[in-house]
Design a protein around this ligand. Structure first.
Ligand code: NAD
Ligand code: UDP
Length: 328
């Protein structure tokens, strides 16, 4: 039985990855410090014989007994609001945390996959984004704490690959959604769905002409799984290329949820990327991968998940009106 360590295991993507690796017959060690995660996401694995959980902050030295075959480093705040609230932790988990995990991978002779992001392209001047685009990032802007941590993460990972011969993989994840996202994490899908469920107006930032391309979580996990098992060390985009403006997306959510609320407009956050769409030519060629779940199907499953949350969860308003916060 192969052993895999997954950091960020109590988060949205990390918990789905734990499920996938358990299903594939691995022994999974999940690690998290719960800074943006939730114990609830792993509850169903608590007594699974092939699952172990370690509560730990990966920016501190990491000790694991026994062998490891694979490491997936997914620990990091991922929502713009989260990383604005905890900017230093965001920089540390992408830099110090990644360094610790690369050191652990080297010691255990394990292959490591790190979660990078479309944010390494910043507010992109190339569209759609190909892996060879260097990006357009404001190092000192509010999003710089996340973008630069992720860019450093890619650099140190390639350095361990080139200098130490470590087996490394880098996935550049584009906006991914699905059940187990935190309703109040501030990202656009939970934000709109939460607003619809509470009978509030949907807050569009800016004029809503900015675009995103949303990937359903099962497709993302499949892409990550294939990339890990591939022999390709350079970054690979994984996302759904179906692009939509935020304004049109808000209309889709209004239809899906049946809310009688309207949209209202708030300030656009500083350095909010104006367009984002992955070019997935490389993933198709290398991994034979492309997304299978359309937005209508994925959004319905996600809305069903949010609908079933408790009233307490629905009204837990960490980021009720964060449009002012984000531009501080
Ligand atoms: P999430 O916030 O749901 O999960 C992140 C998890 O990491 C949380 O459980 C959190 O508690 C944990 N964590 C943070 N700092 C930690 C630390 N120092 N030590 C241990 N655990 C720590 O976010 P997510 O959407 O699941 O994102 C997971 C990863 O994927 C992140 O690295 C993120 O940058 C990357 N990513 C996600 C998306 C997306 O659309 N979901 C897009 C691009 C990149
Ligand atoms: N957004 C919005 N209203 C919200 C939350 C987000 O209009 O209530 C916009 C945000 O400004 C961005 C897009 O939706 O243009 C996606 O934001 P998200 O926070 O999901 O992630 P990002 O793709 O910016 O990392």
């Amino acid at each position: 039985m192969k052993n895999v360590l997954i950091t960020g295991a109590a988060g949205f993507l990390g918990s789905h990855l734990c499920d996938r690796f358990i299903k594939e017959g691995y022994k999974v060690i999940g690690m998290d410090n719960f800074i943006t995660g939730d114990k609830k996401n792993l509850q169903h694995l608590a007594h699974h014989p092939h699952f172990e959980f370690i509560e730990h902050d990966v920016t501190q030295y990491i000790k694991i007994d026994g062998d490891l075959d694979y490491i997936l480093h997914f620990a990091s705040p991922a929502s713009p609001i989260d990383y604005l609230k905890i900017p230093i932790q965001t920089l540390k988990v992408g830099s110090l945390g990644t360094h610790n995990l690369l050191g652990l991978a080297k010691a255990k002779q394990a292959r490591i996959l790190i979660a990078s992001t479309s944010e390494v392209y910043g507010d992109p001047l190339v569209h759609p984004q190909t892996e060879d685009y260097y990006g357009n990032v404001n190092t000192i802007g509010p999003r710089g704490v996340y973008d630069e941590a992720k860019r450093f993460q890619e650099s140190i990972t390639m350095a361990y690959h080139r200098f130490h011969g470590l087996e490394t993989r880098i996935v550049r994840i584009f906006n991914t959604y699905g059940p187990r996202m935190r309703l109040n994490d501030g990202r656009v899908i939970p934000a709109f769905m939460g607003q619809a469920l509470r009978g509030e107006d949907l807050t569009i930032f800016g004029d809503g002409s900015q675009t995103r391309s949303f990937c359903y979580v099962n497709d993302q996990v499949e892409g990550i799984y294939r990339l890990l098992l591939s022999d390709y060390a350079e970054p690979v985009n994984i996302g759904n290329p179906h692009e939509i403006s935020i304004k049109d997306f808000a209309e889709e959510i209004i239809k899906l949820t049946g809310t009688s609320q309207k949209v209202i407009y708030k300030d656009l956050p500083v350095n909010d990327p104006m367009q984002r769409q992955p070019d997935i030519t490389l993933a198709k060629k290398l991994l034979g991968w492309e997304p299978k779940v359309g937005r209508a199907e994925g959004m319905k499953i996600t809305f069903d998940y949010f609908k079933n949350l408790t009233t307490e969860e629905l009204y837990k308003s960490e980021h009720k009106d964060f449009s002012g916060y984000i531009n501080k």
